[in-house]
Design a protein around this ligand. Structure first.
Ligand code: ZN
Length: 319
């Protein structure tokens, strides 16, 4: 994808294009912001742009160099990610070896360190030394949504590019216009993703409206058994489902407070939501909402999912 085709991140993209135009690109960059905003896509596009055979300011996406980078097969573009839970010292030693060499077939050695907060202490120190004197013809791009977990000495050695979500209405309009997504789906995607375009696009072809409605309905029907009817496939799946249930109660809450319907995530179920606003008091909704967010956070810990859901179900419908 070219810089011009990337939607919704005008500020960081313009900054990078400026750096390229002024030939002032080099050393360490830190891409910061929530997941699902296209940070990795933009890092890969930058790697293409600085090595493209047809252009000097952007990626053409058709030349041999751009194609190799897209396929993850370019000898001068390296993707570094945690093996297990950490980015280990061996991986940074490898980086050090390659960065000291001239690019093999392109113009610039590029190292993309995704989820850079996974650098352990040893690898952080090794990387810091490289960032103190980065060789010319090289770029090191660190990507994170958890800056506070990265050594401040590393952060201070990098140029920081901040990524943020779009206003929901703007994203909704963009999804309708640029991606030809219908009103109902565009609304849900823009509001559910909280303006994160990457996340919205990831969900757009996954029958997300049907899926989320099935989850909500199965939950409503499970009231008698006092246990949400949630399959236990895997923790991420359970987390997604609980997050969807949370949007449902959030919506009931918002409508009760008199917020305009346009702020509701499940706008496609407006009539059902309206029917429910008298059934729950604010304090009940508060309690349910807290229970759901608490359960989502438990899923990050080593907890028995079946037991957790059982407790959640039992508490949700406590009189
Ligand atoms: Zn190209």
């Amino acid at each position: 994808m070219s810089f011009d085709a990337i939607k919704g991140q005008d500020r960081p993209v313009e900054l990078l294009k400026d750096y390229i135009r002024q030939s002032s690109l080099g050393g360490g960059y830190l891409f910061v912001g929530p997941q699902g905003l296209g940070k990795r896509l933009i890092a890969v596009t930058l790697a293409k742009a600085v090595n493209c055979l047809n252009q000097t300011l952007d990626s053409c996406d058709t030349c041999a160099s751009c194609a190799k980078i897209e396929a993850g097969q370019h000898p001068d573009v390296h993707m570094i990610e945690a093996s297990g839970s950490e980015i280990k010292i061996e991986q940074i030693r490898e980086l050090k070896k390659y960065i000291s060499l001239k690019p093999y077939e392109g113009r610039t050695n590029v190292f993309i360190i995704d989820n850079a907060h996974n650098l352990n202490a040893e690898s952080s120190n090794a990387l810091l030394k490289i960032l103190e004197e980065p060789p010319g013809n090289s770029l090191i791009i660190l990507i994170t949504d958890k800056t506070s977990l990265i050594f401040s000495t590393i952060v201070s050695r990098c140029k920081i590019l901040k990524f943020s979500g779009l206003a929901r209405l703007k994203l909704k309009a963009m999804l309708k216009k640029d991606y030809r997504i219908n009103e109902q789906l565009a609304h849900f995607l823009a509001y559910f993703s909280e303006g994160r375009i990457g996340f919205a696009l990831e969900l757009k072809d996954k029958d997300i409206l049907d899926k989320k409605n099935r989850i909500i309905d199965s939950f409503t029907q499970s009231q008698k058994s006092r246990m949400p009817n949630i399959a236990l496939q895997n923790r991420e799946e359970v987390k997604d489902q609980l997050n969807i249930l949370a949007t449902w109660f959030r919506d009931i809450y918002l409508i009760k407070t008199g917020m305009p319907y346009s702020e509701v995530i499940n706008l496609d179920r407006k009539d059902d939501l309206l029917r429910l606003i008298h059934r729950f008091s604010f304090s009940e909704l508060d309690r349910i909402f807290n229970l759901l967010s608490e359960s989502v956070s438990y899923l990050d810990q080593n907890i028995n999912v079946r037991l957790m859901l059982h407790n959640l179900g039992a508490q949700l419908w406590k009189a």
